[in-house]
Design a binder for this molecule. Structure first.
Ligand SMILES: Nc1ncnc2c1ncn2[C@@H]1O[C@H](COP(=O)(O)OP(=O)(O)OP(=O)(O)O)[C@@H](O)[C@H]1O
Ligand SMILES: [Mg+2]
Length: 212
């Protein structure tokens, strides 16, 4: 079973958006059996699943902030949506279940500063140090040709982890979220640019580089 944790201590950087879109990618595009575990009591991923119509491929949800992480043996992919501000033993506990961490960062000075110190904390976690968990960074809500994006680009390049993908800032994520869908399940004429944005991410997730 593939297990992917979407993590960053900063609120609002896109953890739930990336988690739900990833769940929809594996379920719809690859027809895999997906479990989406929501570790955040805000329950954004659970709310997304509730909005999802029955005509779309089933994704099993676990309210993991309160319920045990029990899932069927034949699960292909486990996606874990982390809450903000996860540190210490709680972080260790989450990392224990993950083989890949996706770390979204927004183009803003406050977010980049917070990301730098949280990345240090993450890189010093035992499982990450021992390379039992692979970490990749995603630039999220990016507007091309802005100064702040070029600053974010330079910032991520200097981190000691691979820079995997750049996701643009678009209402498509908000429209998909309302309907319990991922961008892959939207009209291709509307989301083709976003599907292109996801290409390097899904390629990395398929490769050995993202797995211990
Ligand atoms: N690429 C994007 N383009 C436009 N809007 C986005 C994008 N990514 C995320 N958003 C929006 O930004 C808001 C915050 O995103 P999200 O809830 O995924 O962040 P989060 O890291 O899970 O937040 P929290 O820490 O509160 O759980 C949401 O309204 C979401 O729809
Ligand atoms: Mg969230």
């Amino acid at each position: 079973m593939r297990s992917i944790l979407v993590l960053n201590a900063k609120g609002g950087c896109g953890k739930s958006t990336i988690s739900t879109n990833l769940a929809s990618y594996y379920a719809w595009q690859l027809e895999q059996k997906v479990v989406l575990a929501d570790f955040d009591p805000q329950g954004s991923s659970m709310a997304w699943l509730e909005a999802r119509g029955e005509e779309w491929p089933l994704i099993e949800g676990i309210a993991a902030w309160k319920d045990p992480l029990k899932h069927a043996r034949d699960t292909d992919v486990l996606i874990m949506d982390a809450p903000a501000r996860v540190h210490g033993p709680e972080l260790t506990q989450l990392l224990r279940r993950a083989e890949t961490v996706l770390f979204p960062v927004l183009p803003s000075p406050i977010d980049m500063r917070a990301a730098a110190s949280y990345m240090e904390e993450l890189l010093s976690a035992g499982r990450v140090e021992r390379k039992e968990v692979k970490v990749g960074v995603i630039a999220n809500r990016v507007r091309e040709n802005t100064i702040i994006f070029s600053e974010l680009y330079d910032f991520i390049k200097k981190l000691k982890v691979p820079y995997i993908a750049t996701l643009r800032d678009t209402q498509n994520y908000i429209r998909a979220e309302e309907r319990g869908l991922g961008i892959y399940e939207m009209a291709p004429s509307q989301v083709w640019q976003d599907i292109e944005d996801w290409e390097p991410l899904v390629k990395w997730l398929k490769s050995k580089r993202s797995q211990p």
